[in-house]
Design a protein around this ligand. Structure first.
Ligand SMILES: Nc1nc2c(ncn2[C@@H]2O[C@H](COP(=O)(O)OP(=O)(O)OP(=O)(O)O)[C@@H](O)[C@H]2O)c(=O)[nH]1
Ligand SMILES: [Mg+2]
Length: 547
């Protein structure tokens, strides 16, 4: 009959285990061991005998049960898990290639189910696998080591495995008939130390001889072991039984934690790529902004050239000897057109076009840089498998690059410049018949040939002193051209700003969605990690509360 405190603990355990099953399954951890442990909660106490092959596990069970039913031998002998329970007469029934059911008429078996397991560290690997698979079900483990080769390295490894599942252990040093009393003391000391190091504590240790017991000789110490087993069954069975699935839960939570942590690490690595893309965009925009001034200077150069030619023209024409000629303004006008401004509009348009091409090239470079950044992202280069979100980003970038048409881009940029020049107050164009079908010109950025000539000519006529006329004309020319330069410069900067904005938006579209998904994944995986850590901690706390 369970007391109320144990009943409450059992209830808490069941609630926690149900929560655990759910959480572990969601993370993708195999939960069979926990499901089995839950089923076993309702079944008999499972006392499992484990250890290296030939240590005398089957002999020990035969000695405890006073039978010779289990096969013994010097080579690896026990091939299956033997589940031994009470039955009116001895019988063995193979259940599967892995499990055999044994019934024996021994009263101890009414209180406990004993389990004989294949030995570890044998050449037959599958024996060890069978035993390791079964161990999570154990409520208590009798770990058998042989007195003639006590506590080997592989036994220490195996005990470490048992500890990870949170199992309680009783250590059995078997075959003590092979040792003198002094040797036995040495062996026991050695085993005690080894156990302490491996398990972190010294479990109960029994030094026995299954052989003596079987021969009916004294000093087998099997009765002491049996008494201990009966005591455990009477006083600790419930606690151990409830603790068993909690140990399994803690162990699986630990496994899940490692899995989830590595997922978080992988997501963080991909998120770092997202941040790299942000940085790349930022650097690209800063660099484009900086280098743009050089491009603008190139475009303005054409206007500068008009100014230089205009000044030279004035120096040449506005001379006393040619003064009469000057007054024939139609000739003068034609000369001004031919020598100063002819071709200037085309030159400006070409240079502006050059700036637009440069901007388009920069956009393409950004896509290329982003793609190589993604290809060189840590992990991507080494693993064959590309993470899905990174794959999506790379695909978007490749697609954007494939469909990237620098000419169409530059044309679109021209549209921008048209837009930004609309409504500027330069004079009408095309009037001088220069054949200006050029886009820019129709958008009023062309040199206002007539206007400039009128300004210059007006300045020439405005004053009667010749050198002054020249200076005044030069000054007016400069003024008008500076005005034009200012307009063009502003228009180009407006284009730059809207282009940077547009690039930012378009570039973001290529990776923002997968990156947002990654952030979401990271956050939900972090929440999973916290849940798993809580589960593991609660499982251990609850087991400790059981005493
Ligand atoms: N001297 C001595 N030999 C023992 C004792 N117990 C078992 N043996 C012998 O050790 C050998 C192995 O015994 P098993 O009981 O088959 O050992 P096991 O651990 O079940 O071996 P596997 O089933 O192969 O894992 C047999 O030859 C036994 O006779 C003992 O107390 N003293
Ligand atoms: Mg055996």
């Amino acid at each position: 009959m369970l007391d109320s405190k144990t009943l409450a603990l059992a209830q808490d355990a069941r609630t926690l285990l149900a929560k655990g099953l759910d959480a572990l399954a969601r993370v993708g951890i195999q939960t069979e061991a926990l499901q089995q442990a839950l089923l076993d909660l309702e079944g008999p106490f499972l006392l499992v005998v484990a250890g290296e092959f030939n240590s005398g596990k089957s002999s020990l069970l035969n000695a405890l049960l006073g039978s010779d039913f289990l096969k013994e031998g010097v080579t690896p002998t026990t091939e299956r898990i033997h589940l031994i329970s009470y039955g009116p007469e001895a019988r063995l029934q193979p259940q599967s290639p892995e499990v055999a059911l044994v019934e024996l008429p021994h009263p101890l078996l009414k209180e406990v189910r004993l389990v004989d397991t294949p030995g570890t560290n044998a050449i037959l690997q599958h024996h060890q696998v069978l035993t390791q698979k079964f161990l999570p079900r154990a409520d208590l483990i009798l770990f058998v080591t042989s007195a003639d080769r006590p506590f080997t390295q592989s036994e220490a490894d195996f005990l470490g495995f048992i500890r990870a599942w949170g199992k309680k252990v009783v250590l059995i040093v078997n075959k003590i008939d092979l040792l003198s009393a002094a040797e036995l003391q040495q062996v026991l000391e050695f085993v005690r130390k080894g156990a302490d190091q491996t398990l972190g504590h010294v479990p109960p240790i029994f030094a026995v001889s299954a052989r003596r017991a079987r021969k009916g000789e004294a000093a087998s110490h099997i009765p002491e072991l049996e008494a201990h087993i009966r005591w455990v069954l009477a006083h600790e069975a419930t606690r151990l039984k409830l603790g068993s699935p909690l140990g399994v839960l803690a162990r699986l939570a630990e496994e899940a934690r490692a899995v989830v942590e590595s997922r978080i690490k992988e997501t963080e690595r991909q998120l770092a790529t997202c941040r790299e893309l942000d940085n790349l965009l930022q650097r690209h925009q800063e660099r484009t902004h900086r280098d743009f001034n050089g491009q603008v200077a190139l475009a303005l150069q054409s206007i500068e050239e008009v100014r230089a030619r205009g000044e030279r023209w004035l120096d040449e024409k506005v001379r006393f000897s040619r003064f009469l000629e000057l007054l024939q303004s139609s000739k003068l006008k034609q000369s001004f057109i031919d020598e100063v401004v002819k071709g200037a509009n085309l030159a400006i348009e070409r240079r502006v076009q050059g700036v637009m091409n440069w901007l388009a090239k920069r956009d393409r470079e950004l896509l290329e840089d982003a793609l190589s950044l993604l290809r060189e992202a840590p992990g991507l280069g080494h693993s064959q498998q590309t993470a899905p979100e990174e794959g999506a980003i790379a695909q978007n970038l490749e697609e954007a690059l494939r469909s990237f048409d620098p000419e169409a881009e530059a044309a679109q940029l021209r549209d921008f410049i048209q837009e930004s020049l609309r409504g500027t107050a330069l004079a009408e164009v095309g009037v001088m018949g220069l054949g200006l079908t050029i886009l820019l010109v129709t958008q009023k950025i062309a040199l206002d040939i007539l206007g400039i000539f009128a300004t210059v000519f007006g300045a020439i006529l405005a004053t009667s002193i010749l050198p002054r006329r020249k200076e005044a004309a030069k000054a007016r020319l400069c003024e008008r051209l500076a005005e034009l330069k200012g307009t063009l410069e502003r228009a180009l900067h407006e284009v730059l700003n809207s282009e940077l904005e547009r690039t930012r938006e378009r570039f973001h579209r290529l990776y923002r969605t997968p990156c947002a998904r990654l952030e979401h994944t990271r956050n939900s995986t972090l929440a999973e990690l916290r849940l798993i850590e809580d589960l593991g901690r609660e499982a251990l706390e609850l087991r400790n509360r059981m005493g």
